[in-house]
Design a protein around this ligand. Structure first.
Ligand code: ATP
Ligand code: MG
Length: 572
């Protein structure tokens, strides 16, 4: 753990004093702004779209900027209202009722957002899927969720297997010609043009399901995590106090909407805060990313360490060619924001990156670094007001600071998942007494900052203790040759555990047995003696999920000849 403390970046942020806010906060303060929730019938679109669209001062404000292939389209809150109403009509005409599911399998497009908000209007549960899913991944999800329809394109429709599509009534194709693969195909473009532009939105009990998302699958087979309209309390609160959004903000969450971050902070949270969200539909290039920040005058940027790492790899001379003067806040999520990247951003983008932690199941950011507070490089921050977090042992007893244990959250924050789709048993496994167990291993320091150490099944036995792989990986990354590191325990039932490191190298370094020896010695010198890296493999790439998370389980499976569990959702 690095002891550096970085000064607060913005004392004028929406959250002025963490301690004050944490002590005095109650969720009812946010609920008071959303009175329909207290009254027992609501719909997230009422607060995310309709209240703005009905307000003459807000209706023409840009809600969504979408850019792709050199073309930019802007949609106001009024446009968002009209488009989502049309989608709601279209779905009703095709037999959708409350509780039915719609799969959205589209390349980046504004229609993803219109369709999801259209679903919300009638209480249909939407599920957004990565277009890069393989055939069998798609089949698994179709069979698990049994959607009434799939919304897709002429090209992507081929990913839908006849086996998976058995129970699906209808295929909605965005535009073009019906491909003729399934009995009931509808081209939505022409139908939407005829749909009315207002809709009587269904008011639902706040706990009604809103979306179903299959988590990344880094630790095991994906599961359908179900979230409700009620989550909006958490979206609004964290949008405002963690991402520091206000009605003037222009937020760019550069994450796919098929990942929970793209759904919640690419759409719901900014719209609940009444601000503008930017979607860049092109794939990553450093110049596209810098240009997006510049030309849309992005004020708040929610990104990933993976993206920042790619920007760093593209060189430190690039950022100086762009104007980021509007940028006020950078936040990250998905994996530990390692100190090397933290400092690179600070030096080259002239802003402190604020790491945040959450998971599909938590539905909102739960641990964060705040603009008004000191940041500690390598730490994911402290619990957001209204969330109680602890480091616990296997029986759920909290540990003192500086002890490795599992991160647990006091169950019951507003955006906590409602269920795991058709799997009560798996849902119940998350809970122990009053705690929701995250499966992530962390250490807390004396100020209550948390440090991510890996997942509970990534732990490595060192003598009589366990340590997280992150600690060894951090030491390896300190060596100038190492770009990325993944460490696994080759624990066997017999004999002591051995540790194997998979490394990618920085430009200018080549793999050699000399470097291998040097790195082993480097770990021996810099880490306590109980840990020996016995094996090093130099690789071109580490296995990652589509959202950029390291999948140590894939390395373990390959190494130990175990079943890989589920190959699903790996990037390649
Ligand atoms: P699955 O649960 O299917 O294995 P997943 O856990 O990768 O997939 P997500 O819900 O997208 O799917 O990811 C949440 C996980 O991402 C967290 O449990 C944690 O391990 C990791 N994570 C998120 N934010 C951070 C962070 N700031 N630092 C370290 N790890 C993080
Ligand atoms: Mg998980």
């Amino acid at each position: 753990m690095i002891k550096a403390i970085i000064r607060p970046e913005n004392s004028e942020a929406n959250l002025r004093s963490y301690h004050e806010a944490y002590k005095n906060f109650s969720w009812s303060q946010i609920e008071d702004e959303l009175p329909e929730i207290g009254a027992g019938l609501t719909n997230i679109v009422h607060y995310a779209i309709d209240r703005w669209a009905e307000n003459p001062h807000h209706a023409q404000k840009t809600a969504l900027i979408f850019e792709q292939a050199g073309k930019t389209v802007r949609y106001s809150y009024r446009d968002l209202y009209v488009e989502s109403c049309k989608w709601a009509h279209l779905l009703v005409r095709h037999g959708f009722k409350k509780g039915d599911r719609l799969f959205i399998l589209l390349p980046p497009s504004p229609e993803i957002y219109f369709a999801m908000m259209g679903c919300a209007r009638i209480g249909v549960i939407f599920s957004i899927l990565y277009p890069s899913l393989a055939f069998e991944e798609m089949t698994w999800r179709l069979l698990d969720s049994q959607p009434l329809a799939v919304l897709t394109t002429e090209d992507l429709v081929e990913k839908l297997s006849p086996e998976g599509m058995k129970g699906v009534q209808c295929v909605l194709i965005l535009s073009g010609e019906p491909p003729g693969l399934f009995p009931w195909e509808v081209v939505t473009e022409s139908v939407l043009a005829r749909m009315p532009d207002t809709f009587e939105t269904e008011k639902l009990p706040p706990e009604s399901p809103l979306y179903l998302l299959y988590s990344s699958g880094s630790t095991g087979p994906p599961k359908g995590v179900v979230h409700a309209h009620h989550d909006m309390i958490g979206h609004l609160m964290t949008g405002r106090f963690v991402l520091d959004l206000s009605a003037e903000s222009i937020l760019w969450t550069d994450c796919d909407p098929a990942w929970v971050t793209g759904t919640v902070y690419g759409a719901f949270a900014p719209w609940l805060c009444g601000c503008t969200t930017v979607v860049q539909g092109d794939s990553f290039s450093a110049s596209t990313w810098y240009r997006t920040l510049e030309i849309y005058r992005v004020t708040n940027w929610y990104t990933t360490p993976m993206t920042l790492r790619k920007l760093a790899a593209a060189g430190a001379d690039l950022p100086g060619r762009y104007d980021f003067s509007s940028l006020k806040h950078i936040a990250t999520v998905g994996e530990a924001l390692v100190p090397e990247i933290f400092y690179w951003v600070k030096e080259n983008l002239k802003h402190t990156p604020h790491d945040t932690w959450w998971m599909t199941e938590t539905g909102m950011i739960c641990i964060a670094n705040f603009a008004c507070e000191p940041t500690k490089p390598g730490s994911m921050g402290r619990p957001v007001p209204g969330v109680q977090a602890a480091v616990v042992d296997e029986s759920g007893n909290p540990f003192q600071p500086f002890t490795l244990g599992q991160l647990a959250l006091k169950a019951g924050w507003p955006a906590m998942m409602k269920s795991i789709w058709r799997d009560k048993e798996r849902f119940s496994r998350y809970f122990l007494q009053e705690w929701f167990l995250t499966g992530d291993m962390v250490i807390a320091d004396e100020d209550g900052y948390f440090y991510h150490q890996g997942r509970n099944d990534d732990l490595i036995k060192a003598g009589r203790e366990f340590i997280g792989p992150y600690e060894i990986e951090s030491v390896l990354r300190m060596h100038p040759a190492v770009a990325e590191a993944a460490v696994i325990s080759k624990a066997t039932t017999m004999g002591p555990a051995t540790v194997k490191a998979f490394l990618t190298l920085n430009e200018g370094f080549t793999a050699s047995s000399r470097l291998n020896q040097e790195l082993k010695a480097f770990v021996r010198t810099n880490l306590h003696s109980e840990v020996t890296v016995t094996d090093i493999a130099f690789v071109n790439e580490l296995p990652k999920t589509r959202s950029g998370k390291l999948v140590r389980r894939a390395l373990r499976a390959q190494e130990l000849g175990l079943p890989s569990g589920d190959p699903l959702n790996l990037r390649d």
